[in-house]
Design a protein around this ligand. Sequence first.
Ligand SMILES: [Zn+2]
Length: 423
Amino acid sequence: MDRLANAIAARRDSLIDLTQDLIRIPTLNPPGRQYHEICAYLDGRLSGRGFACELLRARGTPGDSEEFPRWNLIARHKGARAGDCVHFNSHHDVVEVGHGWTRDPFGAALEGDRIYGRGSCDMKGGLAASIIAAEAFVDCFPDHAGTIEISATADEESGGFGGVAWLAEQGHYAHVDHVIIPEPLHKDRICLGHRGVWWAEIETQGRIAHGSMPFLGDCAVRHMGAVLDEMEATLWPLLAGKHTEMPVIPEGARSSTLNINAIHGGAAEPPAGFTGLPAPCVPDRCRITIDRRFLIEEDLAEVKAEVTALLEKVRARRPSFRYEIRDLFEVIPSMTDRDAPVVRSTAAAIARVLGREAGYVVSPGTYDQKHIDRIGKLKNCIAYGPGVLDLAHQPDEWIGVQDMLDSARVMALVLDDLLNRPA
Ligand SMILES: [Zn+2]
């Protein structure tokens, strides 16, 4: 115990340097920049510390091209004896910078206990903490049992299809026993899973005509207005009344939710700088994209049926109403059992390092656990890592050095428990 704690504390500077180096490689997604650079950097570091590294390109997955290839890295440390395989998975991509920064988003400035930069919190700080944990553990126990794996994967921010989903399809999780995803859920909380997702496009259809004689056409935007009215009157109240036993944070997400991500109707927006006037037409198409988040107590078929029933209700009132509905994306909710080995081990380590009970949470949105669960068929998976979730995707995003050190100690203790002291 003391040896591991000392080994982590001794790596403070190394942890800071590593985190800064990772932030300074701007792996922006979209479009997917510098994925090879970050994988090569990690290969250089981990190969030098006894890990066998593989760089794997997810050819043909969404976004993969010669200009923006989807590269992933898996680093593996095999112990001296047979045992379990513990896998740390971090995504290496970051979202766009956005406005409002007061620091260089890729400067990785260290100010007091904080390192600032895009991706610091989500999730290069977590990746760095897991690497320091694994390096410290291997140093203390060179003849450990089992295998430690660290993966840095592409495209989590855009669905993970060129990252964890592809690795799972290729069988890279077949031999894995425990997975920790160091997403920024906070150093004293274990994230067991996430709600479900259904994205769909609803199109209302009408007939185009001259705008001065709208009675000769059929306005698709007015049809959509009727759909939205019906949602206000019946669907949102219905969803707000559905509560889950999942410990979702923030608490507002313990109900079903539905967002309208976009609405488009009639003529396309003119290009920026265009000075002409629009032409008068009755819109014959109107589309919304809905983002429905559902609970483990709900069934996806029922979730879809609610929306279809609503559209049919509108149709009964509007003789010319026609619609189409198109599925875009769906994810089944995932929740790991609190008695799963990786959960129990992490909870014990949190209690030991931080002197308090671990909190259990579920994420309102999805992350790569969905692919490990559904494609990799592995239920023994959690998200656990340093950082404040609310800072993700924000300007002046930062990660705390002490938080990274504490969660690295937790991760190293989990390795000790699962590899050196199997049940
Ligand atoms: Zn993330």
